[in-house]
Design a protein around this ligand. Structure first.
Ligand SMILES: [Zn+2]
Length: 252
């Protein structure tokens, strides 16, 4: 009995608290001022302090780190995905080394200004791959239309367009599509990821990919399942060669 009374009081408090902080009650600048006073902006990668909230959102040291030129051999950027031995994968960054955070910020917080930080580094590898494999076209892994509507954009397409602008390789954003709505891959494990994406991709414009040598761009490569099924669809549609380039490779 006592418990329920306490609970009821608590609920009432929560609600009245909420209504007194209704959106629009405080002018935007006061709200933002309060937020940055209590939660000073920190670099999401190194947790170092940042100037008040706003672009570029990542500290100069972390930006410089992501802009470092490639070192070593091209093979150092190759990634083997055991389940897809026929597919050639490369990744530019390790997910845990800051690039993962940049991708998350672009994807879930719509911080598109961050594209400018990773695109030149990805474009550098894209250029080397284009030369090595004689590739002439960039293609992003498509997002299902429903998901693209929900999110408002396809992060891989945005990255591909930036990379195309940097590298000079032409980009075809709409040549492929997704036939079925798949669950968010990060919530699924191993074989379930595989089942989730098999048959998920369709080539909408076969003429655009037939006989072409394609660099397929994905944001994050984990098991490789998503990109590999894209590659299979492209092969089936007559693409001469497909090489996968992931912005970041993640182990999970
Ligand atoms: Zn930092």
């Amino acid at each position: 009995m006592t418990t329920s009374v306490v609970f009821h009081t608590y609920k009432t408090n929560v609600n009245s608290h909420k209504s007194s902080f209704r959106a629009g009650r405080f002018p935007e600048f006061i709200r933002n001022g309060l937020i940055s006073f209590f939660f000073p902006a920190v670099c999401p990668i190194c947790k170092g302090e940042l100037p008040p909230e706003g672009p570029p959102w990542i500290c100069a040291a972390c930006r410089a780190d992501l802009a470092k030129p490639m070192d070593g051999e091209l093979d150092d950027y190759r990634r083997d995905c055991d389940k897809f031995p026929l597919v050639t994968f490369y990744t530019r960054f390790d997910y845990d080394e800051g690039a993962g955070e940049v991708i998350r910020q672009i994807k879930y917080r719509e911080r598109r200004a961050l594209l400018g930080i990773i695109a030149p580094s990805v474009a550098e590898l894209a250029g080397v791959l284009a030369e090595r494999y004689n590739l002439d076209m960039l293609l992003p892994v498509p997002l299902h239309r429903r998901k693209e509507r929900e999110r408002g954009f396809n992060q891989s397409a945005l990255i591909a367009e930036s990379v195309a602008a940097e590298s000079g390789i032409s980009c075809q954003v709409r040549a492929m599509g997704r036939a079925k709505y798949t669950k968010q891959q990060t919530r699924l494990k191993g074989d379930r990821r595989l089942a989730n994406v098999s048959g998920a991709f369709v080539v909408r414009d076969a003429a655009a990919v037939t006989g072409r040598r394609i660099l397929l761009l994905d944001d994050v490569i984990t098991t490789g399942a998503t990109a590999a099924h894209c590659v299979y669809a492209l092969w089936a549609a007559g693409a001469e060669m497909v090489v996968v380039l992931g912005v970041a490779g993640a182990d999970r």
